[in-house]
Design a protein around this ligand. Sequence first.
Ligand SMILES: Cc1cc2nc3c(=O)[nH]c(=O)nc-3n(C[C@H](O)[C@H](O)[C@H](O)COP(=O)(O)OP(=O)(O)OC[C@H]3O[C@@H](n4cnc5c(N)ncnc54)[C@H](O)[C@@H]3O)c2cc1C
Length: 545
Amino acid sequence: MISSPSSYLAILILLISISLTKSASIEENFVQCLSFYSDKAAPFYASIYTPNNASFNNILNSSAQNLRYLVPSAPKPEFIFTPLTDSHVQVAVTCSKKLGIHLRVRSGGHDYEGLSYVSEIETPFIIVDLAKLRDVNVDIGDNSAWIQAGATIGEVYYRIHEKSDVHGFPAGLCTSLGVGGHITGGAYGSMMRKYGLGADNVLDAKIVDANGNILDRKSMGEEFFWAIRGGGGGSFGILLWWKIKLVPVPKTVTVFTVTKSLEQDASKIVHKWQEVAPTIDENLFMRVIIQPAASTANKTQRTITTSYNAQFLGDSEKLLQVMKESFPELGLTKQDCTETSWIKSVMYIAGYPNDTPPEVLLEGKSTFKNYFKAKSDFVREPIPETGLQGLWQRLLEEDSPLMIWNPYGGMMNNFSESDIPFPHRNGTLYKIQYLTLWQDGDKNASKHVDWIRKLYNYMTPYVSKFPREAYVNYRDLDLGMNKKNSTSFIQATSWGNMYFKDNFNRLVKIKTKVDPENVFRHEQSIPPLPVSTMQLKDKKCKRWE
Ligand SMILES: Cc1cc2nc3c(=O)[nH]c(=O)nc-3n(C[C@H](O)[C@H](O)[C@H](O)COP(=O)(O)OP(=O)(O)OC[C@H]3O[C@@H](n4cnc5c(N)ncnc54)[C@H](O)[C@@H]3O)c2cc1C
Protein backbone atom coordinates (compact mmCIF):
# COMPACT_ATOMS: atom_id res chain seq x y z
CA MET A 1 0.00 0.00 0.00
CA ILE A 2 1.09 3.55 -0.68
CA SER A 3 1.26 5.63 2.46
CA SER A 4 4.41 7.77 2.31
CA PRO A 5 4.09 11.58 2.09
CA SER A 6 5.78 11.50 -1.33
CA SER A 7 2.74 9.76 -2.70
CA TYR A 8 0.39 12.71 -2.00
CA LEU A 9 0.89 14.08 -5.51
CA ALA A 10 -0.06 10.74 -6.99
CA ILE A 11 -3.14 10.58 -4.75
CA LEU A 12 -4.11 14.07 -5.87
CA ILE A 13 -3.83 12.97 -9.50
CA LEU A 14 -6.01 9.97 -8.69
CA LEU A 15 -8.63 12.14 -6.99
CA ILE A 16 -8.67 14.54 -9.94
CA SER A 17 -9.00 11.71 -12.41
CA ILE A 18 -11.81 10.20 -10.36
CA SER A 19 -13.66 13.49 -10.22
CA LEU A 20 -13.13 13.92 -13.97
CA THR A 21 -14.77 10.57 -14.48
CA LYS A 22 -17.79 11.42 -12.31
CA SER A 23 -19.96 10.03 -15.06
CA ALA A 24 -18.07 6.72 -14.86
CA SER A 25 -19.82 3.92 -13.02
CA ILE A 26 -19.12 3.12 -9.38
CA GLU A 27 -17.39 -0.01 -10.58
CA GLU A 28 -15.13 1.89 -13.01
CA ASN A 29 -14.09 4.35 -10.32
CA PHE A 30 -13.47 1.53 -7.89
CA VAL A 31 -11.36 -0.40 -10.40
CA GLN A 32 -9.36 2.73 -11.13
CA CYS A 33 -8.76 3.24 -7.43
CA LEU A 34 -7.89 -0.43 -6.87
CA SER A 35 -5.37 -0.38 -9.72
CA PHE A 36 -3.80 2.69 -8.23
CA TYR A 37 -3.38 1.29 -4.74
CA SER A 38 -2.98 -2.40 -5.46
CA ASP A 39 0.13 -4.45 -5.41
CA LYS A 40 0.68 -5.22 -9.10
CA ALA A 41 1.83 -8.72 -8.17
CA ALA A 42 -1.69 -9.62 -7.05
CA PRO A 43 -4.05 -8.77 -9.91
CA PHE A 44 -7.70 -8.34 -8.95
CA TYR A 45 -9.46 -7.90 -12.31
CA ALA A 46 -11.10 -11.34 -12.37
CA SER A 47 -12.46 -10.75 -8.86
CA ILE A 48 -15.08 -8.12 -9.62
CA TYR A 49 -18.58 -9.26 -10.54
CA THR A 50 -21.18 -6.77 -11.78
CA PRO A 51 -24.80 -7.73 -12.51
CA ASN A 52 -23.78 -8.02 -16.19
CA ASN A 53 -21.38 -10.80 -15.33
CA ALA A 54 -22.75 -14.32 -15.92
CA SER A 55 -21.48 -15.42 -12.49
CA PHE A 56 -23.01 -12.50 -10.55
CA ASN A 57 -26.11 -14.33 -9.30
CA ASN A 58 -24.17 -17.46 -8.46
CA ILE A 59 -21.67 -15.50 -6.41
CA LEU A 60 -24.36 -13.40 -4.71
CA ASN A 61 -26.46 -16.44 -3.82
CA SER A 62 -23.52 -18.75 -3.07
CA SER A 63 -23.34 -18.40 0.71
CA ALA A 64 -26.49 -16.36 1.41
CA GLN A 65 -28.50 -18.34 3.97
CA ASN A 66 -31.70 -16.39 4.30
CA LEU A 67 -33.51 -16.62 0.97
CA ARG A 68 -35.81 -13.85 2.22
CA TYR A 69 -33.05 -11.41 1.30
CA LEU A 70 -32.52 -12.78 -2.20
CA VAL A 71 -36.05 -12.09 -3.48
CA PRO A 72 -36.10 -9.83 -6.59
CA SER A 73 -37.27 -6.82 -4.56
CA ALA A 74 -34.24 -6.98 -2.20
CA PRO A 75 -31.62 -4.30 -2.99
CA LYS A 76 -28.70 -5.71 -4.98
CA PRO A 77 -25.04 -4.61 -4.79
CA GLU A 78 -23.45 -2.57 -7.58
CA PHE A 79 -20.85 -5.30 -7.71
CA ILE A 80 -19.19 -7.99 -5.62
CA PHE A 81 -15.46 -7.93 -5.01
CA THR A 82 -13.83 -11.22 -3.98
CA PRO A 83 -10.31 -10.35 -2.74
CA LEU A 84 -7.52 -12.83 -3.34
CA THR A 85 -5.07 -11.40 -0.83
CA ASP A 86 -5.13 -9.53 2.46
CA SER A 87 -3.85 -6.44 0.67
CA HIS A 88 -6.87 -6.54 -1.67
CA VAL A 89 -9.08 -6.17 1.41
CA GLN A 90 -6.98 -3.23 2.60
CA VAL A 91 -7.30 -1.52 -0.75
CA ALA A 92 -11.05 -2.22 -0.91
CA VAL A 93 -11.49 -0.37 2.40
CA THR A 94 -9.26 2.50 1.28
CA CYS A 95 -11.12 2.88 -2.03
CA SER A 96 -14.63 2.55 -0.67
CA LYS A 97 -13.77 5.23 1.88
CA LYS A 98 -12.16 7.57 -0.65
CA LEU A 99 -14.99 7.16 -3.14
CA GLY A 100 -17.73 7.22 -0.50
CA ILE A 101 -19.07 3.83 -1.61
CA HIS A 102 -20.96 1.97 1.09
CA LEU A 103 -19.39 -1.43 1.73
CA ARG A 104 -20.75 -4.66 3.20
CA VAL A 105 -18.44 -7.51 4.13
CA ARG A 106 -19.36 -11.17 3.88
CA SER A 107 -17.53 -14.23 5.17
CA GLY A 108 -19.95 -17.17 5.45
CA GLY A 109 -23.21 -15.35 4.59
CA HIS A 110 -25.18 -16.69 7.59
CA ASP A 111 -26.37 -13.34 8.87
CA TYR A 112 -30.02 -13.82 9.89
CA GLU A 113 -31.04 -10.47 8.43
CA GLY A 114 -28.82 -10.71 5.36
CA LEU A 115 -26.71 -7.73 6.50
CA SER A 116 -23.61 -9.05 4.74
CA TYR A 117 -25.21 -9.04 1.29
CA VAL A 118 -28.15 -6.61 1.43
CA SER A 119 -28.23 -2.99 2.52
CA GLU A 120 -31.80 -1.87 3.14
CA ILE A 121 -30.87 1.52 4.56
CA GLU A 122 -28.19 2.68 2.19
CA THR A 123 -27.78 2.26 -1.56
CA PRO A 124 -25.75 2.01 -3.70
CA PHE A 125 -23.53 -0.47 -1.93
CA ILE A 126 -20.92 -3.09 -2.75
CA ILE A 127 -20.06 -6.46 -1.23
CA VAL A 128 -16.55 -7.48 -0.28
CA ASP A 129 -16.89 -11.26 -0.17
CA LEU A 130 -14.04 -13.10 1.57
CA ALA A 131 -14.95 -16.53 0.16
CA LYS A 132 -11.55 -16.88 -1.50
CA LEU A 133 -9.59 -16.16 1.68
CA ARG A 134 -9.96 -19.47 3.51
CA ASP A 135 -6.58 -20.79 4.65
CA VAL A 136 -6.41 -22.74 7.90
CA ASN A 137 -2.94 -23.30 9.38
CA VAL A 138 -2.99 -25.62 12.39
CA ASP A 139 0.02 -25.78 14.72
CA ILE A 140 -0.55 -28.73 17.06
CA GLY A 141 2.75 -28.12 18.89
CA ASP A 142 1.54 -24.64 19.82
CA ASN A 143 -2.09 -25.73 20.46
CA SER A 144 -3.22 -23.02 18.08
CA ALA A 145 -4.27 -22.25 14.52
CA TRP A 146 -4.37 -19.18 12.29
CA ILE A 147 -7.65 -19.27 10.40
CA GLN A 148 -8.65 -16.93 7.60
CA ALA A 149 -11.98 -15.10 7.76
CA GLY A 150 -13.50 -16.73 4.66
CA ALA A 151 -12.97 -20.29 5.95
CA THR A 152 -16.00 -22.08 7.31
CA ILE A 153 -15.93 -23.41 10.85
CA GLY A 154 -16.34 -26.91 9.33
CA GLU A 155 -13.08 -26.44 7.41
CA VAL A 156 -11.41 -25.39 10.65
CA TYR A 157 -12.74 -28.51 12.43
CA TYR A 158 -11.58 -30.70 9.55
CA ARG A 159 -8.05 -29.24 9.44
CA ILE A 160 -7.68 -29.73 13.21
CA HIS A 161 -8.94 -33.32 12.97
CA GLU A 162 -6.55 -33.95 10.05
CA LYS A 163 -3.62 -33.27 12.38
CA SER A 164 -4.88 -34.65 15.68
CA ASP A 165 -7.73 -36.73 17.09
CA VAL A 166 -7.38 -35.19 20.56
CA HIS A 167 -7.70 -31.51 19.66
CA GLY A 168 -10.78 -29.49 18.80
CA PHE A 169 -12.22 -25.98 18.88
CA PRO A 170 -15.38 -24.86 20.70
CA ALA A 171 -17.49 -22.98 18.13
CA GLY A 172 -20.68 -23.28 16.05
CA LEU A 173 -22.84 -26.33 15.48
CA CYS A 174 -23.57 -25.51 11.86
CA THR A 175 -20.43 -26.28 9.87
CA SER A 176 -20.92 -23.77 7.04
CA LEU A 177 -20.63 -20.70 9.29
CA GLY A 178 -17.92 -18.28 8.16
CA VAL A 179 -15.36 -17.67 10.89
CA GLY A 180 -15.20 -13.96 9.97
CA GLY A 181 -18.76 -13.15 11.06
CA HIS A 182 -19.28 -16.06 13.45
CA ILE A 183 -16.49 -15.61 16.00
CA THR A 184 -16.85 -11.84 16.11
CA GLY A 185 -20.38 -12.32 17.52
CA GLY A 186 -19.43 -14.93 20.15
CA ALA A 187 -19.73 -18.39 18.52
CA TYR A 188 -21.34 -20.96 20.77
CA GLY A 189 -21.37 -24.67 20.09
CA SER A 190 -21.50 -28.09 21.65
CA MET A 191 -18.36 -27.56 23.78
CA MET A 192 -19.42 -24.20 25.25
CA ARG A 193 -20.24 -25.70 28.66
CA LYS A 194 -16.73 -27.16 28.81
CA TYR A 195 -14.62 -24.42 27.19
CA GLY A 196 -16.80 -21.34 26.60
CA LEU A 197 -17.35 -19.67 23.25
CA GLY A 198 -15.16 -19.47 20.16
CA ALA A 199 -14.55 -15.82 21.04
CA ASP A 200 -13.36 -16.85 24.54
CA ASN A 201 -10.66 -18.90 22.83
CA VAL A 202 -9.11 -16.33 20.51
CA LEU A 203 -5.43 -15.51 21.06
CA ASP A 204 -4.76 -12.94 18.35
CA ALA A 205 -6.31 -11.47 15.21
CA LYS A 206 -5.52 -9.49 12.09
CA ILE A 207 -7.97 -6.84 11.01
CA VAL A 208 -8.16 -4.09 8.39
CA ASP A 209 -9.15 -0.94 10.23
CA ALA A 210 -11.03 2.12 8.97
CA ASN A 211 -7.78 3.63 7.68
CA GLY A 212 -6.94 0.58 5.62
CA ASN A 213 -4.16 -0.58 7.96
CA ILE A 214 -3.68 -4.21 8.95
CA LEU A 215 -3.47 -4.47 12.73
CA ASP A 216 -2.71 -7.42 14.96
CA ARG A 217 -3.45 -7.72 18.68
CA LYS A 218 -0.34 -5.80 19.65
CA SER A 219 -0.83 -2.94 17.21
CA MET A 220 -4.59 -2.64 17.70
CA GLY A 221 -4.32 -2.64 21.51
CA GLU A 222 -6.34 -4.55 24.10
CA GLU A 223 -9.50 -2.39 23.91
CA PHE A 224 -9.89 -2.89 20.15
CA PHE A 225 -9.04 -6.59 20.58
CA TRP A 226 -11.72 -6.85 23.29
CA ALA A 227 -14.38 -5.31 21.00
CA ILE A 228 -13.90 -7.69 18.09
CA ARG A 229 -14.37 -10.79 20.26
CA GLY A 230 -18.14 -10.61 20.65
CA GLY A 231 -19.04 -7.06 19.60
CA GLY A 232 -20.64 -8.34 16.38
CA GLY A 233 -19.60 -8.21 12.73
CA GLY A 234 -19.43 -5.20 10.47
CA SER A 235 -18.72 -2.49 13.08
CA PHE A 236 -14.99 -2.25 13.72
CA GLY A 237 -13.13 -3.35 10.60
CA ILE A 238 -12.69 -6.34 8.32
CA LEU A 239 -11.28 -9.33 10.11
CA LEU A 240 -8.70 -11.15 8.06
CA TRP A 241 -7.42 -13.78 10.45
CA TRP A 242 -8.08 -15.20 13.89
CA LYS A 243 -5.47 -17.02 15.93
CA ILE A 244 -7.44 -19.55 17.94
CA LYS A 245 -6.54 -21.71 20.93
CA LEU A 246 -7.16 -25.42 20.40
CA VAL A 247 -8.75 -27.39 23.23
CA PRO A 248 -8.34 -31.05 24.25
CA VAL A 249 -11.04 -33.52 23.20
CA PRO A 250 -11.23 -37.21 24.15
CA LYS A 251 -10.75 -39.96 21.56
CA THR A 252 -14.24 -41.24 22.33
CA VAL A 253 -17.20 -38.90 22.18
CA THR A 254 -20.81 -40.07 22.56
CA VAL A 255 -23.85 -38.63 20.79
CA PHE A 256 -27.57 -39.28 21.05
CA THR A 257 -30.96 -37.96 20.02
CA VAL A 258 -34.01 -38.97 22.02
CA THR A 259 -37.42 -37.63 21.05
CA LYS A 260 -40.44 -37.24 23.32
CA SER A 261 -43.84 -36.07 22.13
CA LEU A 262 -46.62 -34.52 24.19
CA GLU A 263 -48.15 -38.00 24.46
CA GLN A 264 -44.88 -39.16 26.05
CA ASP A 265 -44.86 -36.58 28.82
CA ALA A 266 -42.79 -34.05 26.87
CA SER A 267 -43.93 -31.10 28.98
CA LYS A 268 -42.85 -32.66 32.28
CA ILE A 269 -39.52 -33.82 30.88
CA VAL A 270 -38.68 -30.50 29.26
CA HIS A 271 -39.70 -28.75 32.47
CA LYS A 272 -37.14 -30.83 34.35
CA TRP A 273 -34.53 -30.32 31.58
CA GLN A 274 -34.56 -26.58 32.32
CA GLU A 275 -32.94 -27.22 35.70
CA VAL A 276 -30.82 -30.20 34.75
CA ALA A 277 -29.16 -29.21 31.47
CA PRO A 278 -27.37 -26.08 32.78
CA THR A 279 -26.06 -27.82 35.92
CA ILE A 280 -25.25 -31.33 34.68
CA ASP A 281 -21.66 -32.53 34.01
CA GLU A 282 -20.02 -29.87 31.80
CA ASN A 283 -18.87 -32.56 29.34
CA LEU A 284 -22.50 -32.91 28.32
CA PHE A 285 -24.20 -30.50 25.93
CA MET A 286 -27.84 -31.53 25.58
CA ARG A 287 -29.96 -29.14 23.53
CA VAL A 288 -33.68 -29.51 22.84
CA ILE A 289 -35.16 -29.07 19.38
CA ILE A 290 -38.88 -28.40 19.61
CA GLN A 291 -41.33 -28.48 16.71
CA PRO A 292 -44.75 -29.73 15.65
CA ALA A 293 -44.99 -33.17 14.00
CA ALA A 294 -47.72 -35.61 13.00
CA SER A 295 -49.03 -37.40 16.07
CA THR A 296 -48.28 -41.12 16.05
CA ALA A 297 -51.56 -41.83 17.87
CA ASN A 298 -53.68 -39.94 15.35
CA LYS A 299 -52.00 -39.13 12.01
CA THR A 300 -54.52 -36.38 11.22
CA GLN A 301 -53.43 -34.39 14.25
CA ARG A 302 -50.23 -32.58 15.07
CA THR A 303 -48.36 -32.87 18.32
CA ILE A 304 -45.22 -31.22 19.69
CA THR A 305 -41.97 -33.17 19.66
CA THR A 306 -38.99 -32.37 21.85
CA SER A 307 -35.73 -33.88 20.60
CA TYR A 308 -32.82 -34.06 23.02
CA ASN A 309 -29.80 -33.81 20.75
CA ALA A 310 -26.56 -34.24 22.64
CA GLN A 311 -22.78 -34.52 22.57
CA PHE A 312 -20.89 -35.98 25.54
CA LEU A 313 -17.10 -35.66 25.76
CA GLY A 314 -16.54 -39.21 26.99
CA ASP A 315 -17.77 -42.78 26.55
CA SER A 316 -21.33 -44.05 26.76
CA GLU A 317 -20.83 -45.83 30.07
CA LYS A 318 -19.92 -42.60 31.84
CA LEU A 319 -22.72 -40.75 30.02
CA LEU A 320 -25.34 -43.29 31.12
CA GLN A 321 -24.15 -42.91 34.70
CA VAL A 322 -24.44 -39.09 34.50
CA MET A 323 -27.92 -39.31 32.96
CA LYS A 324 -29.13 -41.88 35.48
CA GLU A 325 -28.05 -39.66 38.35
CA SER A 326 -29.31 -36.35 37.01
CA PHE A 327 -31.95 -36.93 34.35
CA PRO A 328 -33.53 -40.41 34.61
CA GLU A 329 -36.82 -38.93 33.28
CA LEU A 330 -35.41 -39.03 29.73
CA GLY A 331 -34.87 -42.81 29.98
CA LEU A 332 -31.63 -42.79 27.96
CA THR A 333 -30.45 -46.32 27.06
CA LYS A 334 -27.21 -47.77 25.71
CA GLN A 335 -28.98 -48.33 22.36
CA ASP A 336 -29.66 -44.61 22.05
CA CYS A 337 -25.93 -43.83 22.29
CA THR A 338 -23.33 -43.81 19.53
CA GLU A 339 -19.65 -43.70 20.42
CA THR A 340 -17.58 -41.93 17.82
CA SER A 341 -14.70 -39.50 17.23
CA TRP A 342 -14.93 -35.78 17.99
CA ILE A 343 -15.07 -34.83 14.29
CA LYS A 344 -17.88 -37.32 13.63
CA SER A 345 -19.75 -36.04 16.68
CA VAL A 346 -19.53 -32.52 15.27
CA MET A 347 -20.97 -33.78 11.98
CA TYR A 348 -23.73 -35.66 13.81
CA ILE A 349 -24.83 -32.51 15.64
CA ALA A 350 -24.65 -30.57 12.35
CA GLY A 351 -27.13 -33.06 10.87
CA TYR A 352 -24.99 -35.04 8.41
CA PRO A 353 -26.02 -38.67 7.78
CA ASN A 354 -23.83 -41.17 9.70
CA ASP A 355 -21.78 -42.43 6.77
CA THR A 356 -20.78 -38.98 5.48
CA PRO A 357 -16.98 -38.68 5.21
CA PRO A 358 -15.46 -35.71 7.09
CA GLU A 359 -14.01 -34.45 3.79
CA VAL A 360 -17.48 -33.07 3.01
CA LEU A 361 -16.63 -30.30 5.47
CA LEU A 362 -14.07 -28.97 2.99
CA GLU A 363 -16.87 -28.19 0.54
CA GLY A 364 -18.07 -25.51 2.96
CA LYS A 365 -21.64 -26.13 1.84
CA SER A 366 -24.66 -25.26 3.91
CA THR A 367 -27.27 -27.82 4.88
CA PHE A 368 -29.71 -25.02 5.72
CA LYS A 369 -31.03 -22.51 3.18
CA ASN A 370 -34.50 -21.19 3.82
CA TYR A 371 -36.81 -18.25 3.89
CA PHE A 372 -36.86 -17.56 7.60
CA LYS A 373 -37.28 -15.13 10.46
CA ALA A 374 -35.68 -15.80 13.83
CA LYS A 375 -35.49 -14.27 17.29
CA SER A 376 -33.73 -15.12 20.52
CA ASP A 377 -34.21 -14.99 24.28
CA PHE A 378 -32.28 -15.96 27.38
CA VAL A 379 -34.01 -17.77 30.23
CA ARG A 380 -32.99 -17.28 33.88
CA GLU A 381 -35.91 -18.97 35.68
CA PRO A 382 -37.51 -22.25 34.56
CA ILE A 383 -40.71 -21.67 32.57
CA PRO A 384 -43.66 -23.16 34.51
CA GLU A 385 -45.59 -25.99 32.88
CA THR A 386 -48.58 -23.70 32.28
CA GLY A 387 -46.27 -21.39 30.32
CA LEU A 388 -45.06 -24.35 28.28
CA GLN A 389 -48.65 -25.35 27.43
CA GLY A 390 -49.31 -21.88 25.98
CA LEU A 391 -46.08 -22.12 24.00
CA TRP A 392 -47.06 -25.48 22.47
CA GLN A 393 -50.46 -24.08 21.47
CA ARG A 394 -48.82 -21.23 19.62
CA LEU A 395 -46.33 -23.51 17.86
CA LEU A 396 -49.22 -25.62 16.62
CA GLU A 397 -50.75 -22.54 14.95
CA GLU A 398 -47.77 -22.01 12.61
CA ASP A 399 -46.85 -24.00 9.46
CA SER A 400 -43.18 -24.67 10.03
CA PRO A 401 -41.94 -23.30 13.34
CA LEU A 402 -38.90 -24.48 15.24
CA MET A 403 -37.35 -23.72 18.61
CA ILE A 404 -33.88 -24.67 19.76
CA TRP A 405 -33.02 -24.45 23.45
CA ASN A 406 -29.29 -24.39 24.17
CA PRO A 407 -28.16 -25.03 27.75
CA TYR A 408 -25.66 -22.71 29.44
CA GLY A 409 -23.85 -23.19 32.77
CA GLY A 410 -20.51 -24.96 33.21
CA MET A 411 -17.61 -22.92 31.85
CA MET A 412 -20.00 -20.21 30.64
CA ASN A 413 -20.45 -19.21 34.30
CA ASN A 414 -16.72 -18.80 34.84
CA PHE A 415 -16.38 -15.79 32.55
CA SER A 416 -17.50 -12.41 33.82
CA GLU A 417 -20.10 -10.44 31.83
CA SER A 418 -17.39 -8.03 30.69
CA ASP A 419 -14.51 -10.39 29.85
CA ILE A 420 -15.58 -9.99 26.23
CA PRO A 421 -18.59 -8.05 24.85
CA PHE A 422 -20.80 -11.21 24.94
CA PRO A 423 -22.54 -10.71 28.33
CA HIS A 424 -24.90 -13.70 28.70
CA ARG A 425 -23.08 -15.58 31.44
CA ASN A 426 -23.68 -16.61 35.05
CA GLY A 427 -27.35 -17.11 35.87
CA THR A 428 -28.40 -17.91 32.32
CA LEU A 429 -30.10 -21.30 32.24
CA TYR A 430 -30.46 -21.52 28.49
CA LYS A 431 -30.95 -19.60 25.27
CA ILE A 432 -34.05 -19.94 23.15
CA GLN A 433 -33.91 -19.56 19.42
CA TYR A 434 -37.31 -19.13 17.73
CA LEU A 435 -37.56 -19.74 14.01
CA THR A 436 -40.26 -19.84 11.42
CA LEU A 437 -39.41 -21.23 7.98
CA TRP A 438 -41.30 -21.07 4.72
CA GLN A 439 -40.82 -21.94 1.07
CA ASP A 440 -43.10 -19.64 -0.93
CA GLY A 441 -40.88 -16.56 -1.20
CA ASP A 442 -42.28 -13.23 -0.04
CA LYS A 443 -45.91 -14.21 -0.77
CA ASN A 444 -46.91 -14.91 2.84
CA ALA A 445 -43.79 -13.63 4.56
CA SER A 446 -45.63 -11.05 6.66
CA LYS A 447 -47.96 -13.72 8.05
CA HIS A 448 -45.00 -15.72 9.34
CA VAL A 449 -43.20 -12.67 10.67
CA ASP A 450 -46.37 -11.57 12.51
CA TRP A 451 -46.65 -15.01 14.04
CA ILE A 452 -43.12 -15.00 15.44
CA ARG A 453 -43.55 -11.47 16.81
CA LYS A 454 -46.68 -12.56 18.65
CA LEU A 455 -44.88 -15.59 20.03
CA TYR A 456 -42.07 -13.31 21.25
CA ASN A 457 -44.64 -11.12 23.03
CA TYR A 458 -46.18 -14.17 24.64
CA MET A 459 -42.77 -15.16 26.03
CA THR A 460 -42.13 -11.80 27.74
CA PRO A 461 -42.97 -12.91 31.31
CA TYR A 462 -40.78 -16.02 31.07
CA VAL A 463 -37.48 -14.62 29.84
CA SER A 464 -34.69 -12.25 30.94
CA LYS A 465 -35.71 -8.69 31.76
CA PHE A 466 -34.11 -5.24 32.09
CA PRO A 467 -32.78 -5.75 29.54
CA ARG A 468 -34.48 -8.56 27.68
CA GLU A 469 -31.30 -10.16 26.36
CA ALA A 470 -30.73 -11.26 22.75
CA TYR A 471 -27.81 -12.93 20.94
CA VAL A 472 -26.06 -10.61 18.50
CA ASN A 473 -25.25 -13.49 16.15
CA TYR A 474 -29.02 -14.00 15.80
CA ARG A 475 -29.49 -10.55 14.31
CA ASP A 476 -33.04 -9.35 14.75
CA LEU A 477 -33.96 -6.06 13.09
CA ASP A 478 -37.24 -5.97 15.06
CA LEU A 479 -35.10 -4.77 17.97
CA GLY A 480 -34.32 -1.51 16.16
CA MET A 481 -32.29 -0.14 13.27
CA ASN A 482 -29.89 2.64 12.45
CA LYS A 483 -31.38 5.29 10.18
CA LYS A 484 -30.24 5.85 6.61
CA ASN A 485 -26.80 7.48 6.58
CA SER A 486 -26.94 8.18 10.28
CA THR A 487 -26.70 6.37 13.55
CA SER A 488 -27.89 7.59 16.87
CA PHE A 489 -26.50 6.43 20.17
CA ILE A 490 -29.94 6.63 21.79
CA GLN A 491 -31.58 4.58 19.03
CA ALA A 492 -28.81 2.01 19.08
CA THR A 493 -29.18 1.60 22.84
CA SER A 494 -32.46 -0.21 22.20
CA TRP A 495 -30.74 -3.20 20.62
CA GLY A 496 -27.24 -2.53 21.98
CA ASN A 497 -28.30 -3.15 25.59
CA MET A 498 -30.09 -6.34 24.62
CA TYR A 499 -27.08 -7.75 22.79
CA PHE A 500 -24.32 -6.43 25.04
CA LYS A 501 -25.85 -5.20 28.33
CA ASP A 502 -23.37 -2.86 30.09
CA ASN A 503 -20.70 -3.60 27.49
CA PHE A 504 -22.57 -1.52 24.93
CA ASN A 505 -21.21 1.81 26.20
CA ARG A 506 -17.66 0.49 26.10
CA LEU A 507 -18.20 -0.72 22.52
CA VAL A 508 -19.44 2.74 21.54
CA LYS A 509 -16.34 4.35 23.07
CA ILE A 510 -14.06 1.97 21.17
CA LYS A 511 -15.99 2.50 17.94
CA THR A 512 -15.68 6.27 18.36
CA LYS A 513 -11.94 5.88 18.72
CA VAL A 514 -11.21 3.37 15.96
CA ASP A 515 -13.85 4.30 13.36
CA PRO A 516 -15.10 7.83 14.13
CA GLU A 517 -16.29 8.33 10.55
CA ASN A 518 -18.39 5.19 10.73
CA VAL A 519 -16.88 3.53 7.67
CA PHE A 520 -18.10 0.14 8.89
CA ARG A 521 -21.83 0.47 9.32
CA HIS A 522 -25.05 -1.39 8.78
CA GLU A 523 -28.60 -1.56 10.11
CA GLN A 524 -27.40 -2.51 13.61
CA SER A 525 -23.75 -1.52 13.70
CA ILE A 526 -22.26 0.08 16.82
CA PRO A 527 -22.51 3.86 16.39
CA PRO A 528 -19.65 6.27 17.06
CA LEU A 529 -20.53 9.16 19.35
CA PRO A 530 -21.98 11.92 17.16
CA VAL A 531 -20.02 14.79 18.69
CA SER A 532 -16.73 13.34 17.65
CA THR A 533 -18.05 12.65 14.15
CA MET A 534 -18.94 16.32 13.82
CA GLN A 535 -15.56 17.41 15.14
CA LEU A 536 -13.92 15.09 12.71
CA LYS A 537 -15.87 16.43 9.74
CA ASP A 538 -14.89 19.99 10.72
CA LYS A 539 -11.25 18.99 10.96
CA LYS A 540 -11.37 17.21 7.63
CA CYS A 541 -12.88 20.23 5.84
CA LYS A 542 -10.21 22.49 7.27
CA ARG A 543 -7.45 20.17 6.18
CA TRP A 544 -8.63 20.26 2.56
CA GLU A 545 -9.29 24.02 2.43
C1 LIG B 1 -28.04 -22.19 9.82
C2 LIG B 1 -27.36 -21.36 10.85
C3 LIG B 1 -26.79 -21.97 11.95
C4 LIG B 1 -26.14 -21.22 12.94
N1 LIG B 1 -25.57 -21.86 14.00
C5 LIG B 1 -24.90 -21.14 14.94
C6 LIG B 1 -24.24 -21.79 16.02
O1 LIG B 1 -24.24 -23.00 16.15
N2 LIG B 1 -23.59 -21.01 16.93
C7 LIG B 1 -23.55 -19.64 16.83
O2 LIG B 1 -22.95 -19.00 17.68
N3 LIG B 1 -24.18 -19.01 15.81
C8 LIG B 1 -24.84 -19.72 14.86
N4 LIG B 1 -25.43 -19.07 13.81
C9 LIG B 1 -25.34 -17.61 13.73
C10 LIG B 1 -24.00 -17.18 13.14
O3 LIG B 1 -22.99 -17.30 14.12
C11 LIG B 1 -24.06 -15.73 12.66
O4 LIG B 1 -25.04 -15.60 11.67
C12 LIG B 1 -22.71 -15.26 12.14
O5 LIG B 1 -22.70 -13.87 12.08
C13 LIG B 1 -22.39 -15.86 10.80
O6 LIG B 1 -21.14 -15.47 10.32
P1 LIG B 1 -20.89 -15.57 8.74
O7 LIG B 1 -19.52 -15.09 8.47
O8 LIG B 1 -21.28 -16.91 8.26
O9 LIG B 1 -21.99 -14.56 8.20
P2 LIG B 1 -21.94 -13.24 7.33
O10 LIG B 1 -23.35 -13.07 6.87
O11 LIG B 1 -20.90 -13.29 6.29
O12 LIG B 1 -21.56 -12.12 8.37
C14 LIG B 1 -22.33 -11.84 9.51
C15 LIG B 1 -22.06 -10.42 9.98
O13 LIG B 1 -20.67 -10.24 10.23
C16 LIG B 1 -20.10 -9.30 9.32
N5 LIG B 1 -18.85 -9.88 8.84
C17 LIG B 1 -18.69 -10.93 8.03
N6 LIG B 1 -17.40 -11.17 7.82
C18 LIG B 1 -16.72 -10.25 8.52
C19 LIG B 1 -15.34 -9.99 8.69
N7 LIG B 1 -14.42 -10.73 8.08
N8 LIG B 1 -14.98 -8.95 9.46
C20 LIG B 1 -15.91 -8.19 10.07
N9 LIG B 1 -17.24 -8.39 9.94
C21 LIG B 1 -17.63 -9.42 9.18
C22 LIG B 1 -21.11 -9.15 8.21
O14 LIG B 1 -21.02 -7.90 7.56
C23 LIG B 1 -22.41 -9.36 8.94
O15 LIG B 1 -22.78 -8.17 9.59
C24 LIG B 1 -26.09 -19.80 12.81
C25 LIG B 1 -26.65 -19.19 11.70
C26 LIG B 1 -27.29 -19.95 10.73
C27 LIG B 1 -27.91 -19.27 9.54
